[in-house]
Design a protein around this ligand. Sequence first.
Ligand code: NAD
Length: 499
Amino acid sequence: MPGASTGTVVVTDPLNFWGGKRVKPREEKNAEPVFEPATGRVLCQMIPCGAEEVDEAIKSAHTAYLKWSKMAGMERARVMLEAARIIRERREKIAKLEVINNGKSITEALVDIDIAWQCIEYYAGLAGTLSGECQHIQLPGGTFAYTRREPLGVCVGIGAWNYPFQIASWKSAPALACGNAMVFKPSPMTPVTAVILAEIYKEAGVPDGLFCVVQGGAETGTLLCHHPMVAKVSFTGSVPTGKKVMEMSSKGVKQVTLELGGKSPLIIFKDCELENAVKGALMANFLTQGQVCCNGTRVYVQREIMPQFLEEVVKRTKAIPVGDPLLDGTRMGALISKPQLEKVLGFVSQAKKEGGRVLCGGEPFVPSDPKLKGGYFMSPCVLDNCRDDMTCVKEEIFGPVMSVMPFDTEEEVIRRANNTTFGLASGVFTRDISRAHRVAENLEAGTCFINNYNISPVEVPFGGYKMSGFGRENGQVTIEYYSQLKTVVVEMGDVESLF
Ligand code: NAD
């Protein structure tokens, strides 16, 4: 694997994991090919888990939960720190496999893996600090009460394909720190790295079954959401699927966290530091080939600086090296699949029909390297002449397409920025400190970046407003989403009965 290159890797090992080991699929009849985005070649087969396998995994997780939840927070922390250490040690190997399965550049994948171990390390640090809300509440007559912070039980994690290893880590780290077990289902398009996380947790010393991986798509996801032994579902994906997950979970009154899509605004005022604003706009649109939920794809630029902004943003966009994602110099790899590529190109054609002007990119890209001919590449695109009512401005494209629109006043741009059902993120570039905080306050989104974009350190909460979901990942607050409080009332006198 360390010497792996694009177009050479085939994965044949089983990709399910429970009971402390990889588990072969029971039957192979519903196998689906998984493609390497950079070449279009088959990387492996994804064989979905059926009802019996899902049940086995959940029971295995439950057995582990009974042991793990009785351990002290510091004991759990030690195991998690060891898992973080192993990931750090193997970051290159994991990142390479992530690139081969996902198509993003190795430079980005290495950052993803680093964020993954940092997240596990962060929650390991919190594990020993967990406590009830009030330690001791004095009640009349010497009677008292206290609260205990307890885990929920077996939690399910369902992931999207854009950050496969990182999503599995963002969900499992707080879950495990709080004493839960987790059964994780990666996207059927990116099945290969979650199982590596499972192996690492096992090697670090978690009880067998504590972090299980089941493969599959909607059917397997449905089985997980309906299973009576599941206490919580944490979901990352699109709004339509999120609604289904919430509906299914409601049948069993299971807790849910929903990390859904977005169409986030990035507002650039004329008093900004222009070079930083341009760099921010690129970071807001082109990471992971534009397939990032919190991307700032609606770029509002104050009219007076529009010409300079466009000139600079187009120059830099044209210079982005697209190609073999395993090469160090590449900054944009391949989109996840052929249908996704076609969908994104379709958005560009639609934008043209609706009056948008393509300033650069927006076309299929064929790298010169013959092995990449079948890959799902496109040139990053900047669209000008956009209006708020255009499809490319209203809908989540999930590809490297930036829509740019002019604005005149702060009041106007805030109204336009908030005129969406989404609310995942937002950004503002200005040198006026009062304006920056005022805009941040008034934008309806779970995150607002001031004078930067798309930085998600593990210490800060991440999640959506409005239809971008609820619940949070990262930060101390996520402990609330993976634990529950038990109140214990202790009578020190005699029972005064009314009967
Ligand atoms: P998706 O909704 O198609 O699938 C997400 C996951 O849900 C997959 O694992 C899929 O197999 C599973 N699934 C599908 N149908 C299901 C069902 N009926 N029951 C249970 N599970 C089911 O999303 P995607 O295409 O994988 O990812 C792209 C979307 O994810 C975008 O909208 C993006 O914005 C969003 N996303 C959000 C975040 C965030 O943190 N807010 C992060 C990454 C991606």
